[in-house]
Design a protein around this ligand. Structure first.
Ligand code: NAG
Ligand code: NAG
Ligand code: NAG
Ligand code: NAG
Ligand code: NAG
Ligand code: NAG
Ligand code: NAG
Ligand code: NAG
Length: 399
């Protein structure tokens, strides 16, 4: 690398450390079509989801962004380079559909890709960044999830993944300057190049892992990985643990098989680790338990705490005897068994000190810890214990 190249790098770091463009202080909450439907959705199905979100109180609980994930466009842009929505999926056009969603308290949100094409082969935003922001804004969208498929080789762009997200970051800044509206920017880079280190300089959240699946092995692997990256989340920048699988037991191929207890653990971990909470199940067939989990106000208020942005952190890993890599990412190794995440976690909140305990066995266990193990507990105090799933006071603990 040349001397001037080194200088440029130093300047870049100096000017981007404090990146905060005023949006996305707390983790995003909403819905994404991908886990439940992949490409098999349309305006009516989305409206049916939004209707249940409103009627069941999920909109009031904070789930307001509705991400139209991949597959919504025609394969070709029109003659002047604009994306064209699929007219079969959106027979009345997207602006009219968007207005109907707004009437239910829900705002449409965008999916795009930083390459030539999305992962499904639809138009990508490479070279069309500003134009696509215009299109999405005309559809009532101000939140963007940007995927990571089909980008030009680095021997052409010479900018690596970080640089590959800069054109959209710059377009968002220019759009804000021209229109007074700042898009919330959600990076979907699958954790390939350590976005927990640099993502905060680009957007408000970054995926840390490959796509989630509705099995405990997937949930456990993600929690394990996050146990080494929890420190990266704070106000305006969040590890994204991926779309929720709450409600997907028995659904999909092969069928999801999270138990009720596993699903509660999944939701608790996503909320307390300050991940975006994005629903990914067909709510028209959702059970009361699914709606109860997604709507747990005690848990959600921790995720959306306006005073404490930090994630909980492990104070005991529990089972840490393995050195196993994630087979999807041979370049990333975690010094633990991905199937056995940290079991004892704690953190602070506006509502008290938090504890999350994960029992990784298939049988009921007694788990115990000493209050002194949590950094947030103070000596000489009495603490009233509250169970955020039973919504009950459980007595007094003393340090
Ligand atoms: C448009 O949507 C219809 C209905 O889902 C689907 O059959 C068709 O393949 C879609 N078009 C494109 C280009 O994906
Ligand atoms: C392309 O789409 C944009 C946005 O809908 C529209 O304004 C423009 O007229 C279209 N161009 C052509 C050539 O159809
Ligand atoms: C650029 O990189 C790609 C992928 O590694 C490779 O297939 C291609 O041959 C390279 N092109 C040049 C000009 O080096
Ligand atoms: C859940 O499903 C996955 C994928 O089919 C499978 O590998 C796993 O063994 C199943 N777990 C249980 C407890 O049935
Ligand atoms: C959900 O709860 C409501 C009200 O308690 C009840 O009427 C309904 O039958 C329940 N639905 C399911 C699928 O259990
Ligand atoms: C530790 O992990 C291994 C492998 O997953 C498992 O067999 C063992 O039961 C675990 N032990 C505890 C105490 O969780
Ligand atoms: C926990 O957060 C609350 C709310 O911001 C704050 O008042 C309190 O000092 C914090 N406690 C610790 C131990 O950081
Ligand atoms: C947990 O502890 C209680 C009280 O000591 C005891 O009655 C119960 O059998 C224990 N359960 C297990 C699974 O060890």
């Amino acid at each position: 690398m040349t001397h001037s190249g080194l200088l440029t790098v130093a300047l870049l770091v100096a000017t981007t450390l404090a990146f905060d463009d005023g949006v996305g202080k707390m983790p995003a909450m909403g819905y994404d079509t991908y886990n439940a439907f992949a490409g098999d959705y349309d305006a009516d199905l989305c409206l049916a989801q939004a209707k249940i979100m409103q009627e069941s109180g999920l909109v009031a609980a904070g789930y307001t962004q509705f991400i139209l994930d991949d597959f919504y466009a025609e394969k070709e842009r029109n003659k002047t380079g604009y994306m064209v929505p699929n007219a079969t999926m959106f027979p009345d056009g997207i602006p009219a559909f968007s207005a109907q969603m707004n009437a239910l308290g829900v705002q449409l949100a965008a999916y795009g890709d930083r390459g030539y094409a999305t992962c499904g082969g639809y138009p990508g935003s490479f070279g069309h960044e500003y134009q696509d922001l215009q299109t999405w804004y005309s559809w009532g969208m101000t939140y963007l999830k940007l995927d990571n498929c089909n980008f030009p080789y680095d021997n052409i762009t010479q900018q690596n993944i970080y640089g590959g997200y800069l054109p959209m970051k710059d377009a968002i800044a220019e759009f804000a300057q021209q229109n007074g509206v700042t898009f919330t920017f959600s990076l979907c880079e699958w954790g390939l190049e350590q976005p927990w280190i640099w993502g905060k300089q680009i957007g408000q959240s970054w995926r840390i892992n490959n796509d989630i699946k509705p099995y405990w092995s997937s949930i456990a692997t993600i929690i394990t990985q996050a146990s080494y990256q929890y420190w990266a989340s704070d106000f305006f920048g969040h590890n994204d643990l991926d779309i929720l699988e709450v409600g997907n037991d028995g659904k999909g191929t092969p069928p999801g098989n999270l138990t009720y207890e596993e699903t509660k653990a999944h939701f608790t971990a996503w909320a307390f680790l300050k991940s975006p909470l994005i629903i990914g199940t067909d709510l028209t067939t959702a059970s009361n338990q699914t709606l109860e989990i997604l709507g747990n106000k005690d848990i959600i208020q921790i995720n959306q705490d306006p005073n404490v942005g930090a994630s909980i952190s492990p104070f005991r890993w529990g089972n840490n005897s393995y050195q196993v890599g994630n087979p999807s990412y041979p370049q990333v190794y975690w010094p633990s068994d991905p199937m056995s995440p940290a079991q004892y976690w704690s953190g602070n909140s506006s509502y008290g000190v938090l504890f999350m305990l994960l029992n990784l066995q298939d049988t009921t266990q007694n788990m115990s810890f000493s209050l002194v193990e949590s950094w947030a507990i103070r000596s000489g105090r009495q603490y009233s214990v509250y169970d955020m799933w039973l919504h009950q006071d459980m007595g007094i603990a003393v340090r």
